[in-house]
Design a protein. Sequence first.
Length: 215
Amino acid sequence: MNNTEIVERIVKVIVSPETVVGLLDGAMSVPVDFGYLALGIFDTSNRRKMEDERIRMMRAIKSGLLNYHQVIRTTKIIIDAFTAHIPQETQDKIFRGAGSASAGRMLTTSLISSRIVNSIISAGGAAMLTRGAGVATSFTLMAGGMIERSIYKSIGLERMHSAVYYKLRNAGNLDFIYFLVQPYVDPFIEALAVRKNQGDAEFNRLLQNIEEKMK
């Protein structure tokens, strides 16, 4: 994803998250799940790590991982990691499209996170993102290749941006939820990668372009 695409996707998520490709083409795709299931079977080089991650996931699911509010937390942690590097005045200009530019960063990111999760539900994730799914239901929904997909996406996030990965993991194994919200949060993570790999000057140019798009 180049910097222009990052800007366009961040604006789209802020203004109209319902237009972002979500579960129907992503996390709830059965053919893709079968692909990850096959990968998990034949990936012998990572077999021990995958076994450890499955155990960690099962414990997290038993503790209520697949919960509406946990998905909101996951999304908010990632967006907050992005806004942490943005001056308040610039945040107000960028987030004006969310309808709460004067409400402060915490309320703004909470609002955007809630809208993203509601978009996921509308896109077909209502069965998974209930406000109180039971353990049996959660295990059924996460059966087979979806578990593998969740784990591999978590591993990919650790490689792409370890700081975000550990923020999520340390908040209660929320790195396993990343695959559900990936289409919405990836541009924010990519923006953080720009800051890390290209420096503050390029990151600030990216913010200026977002601000211009939000006018």
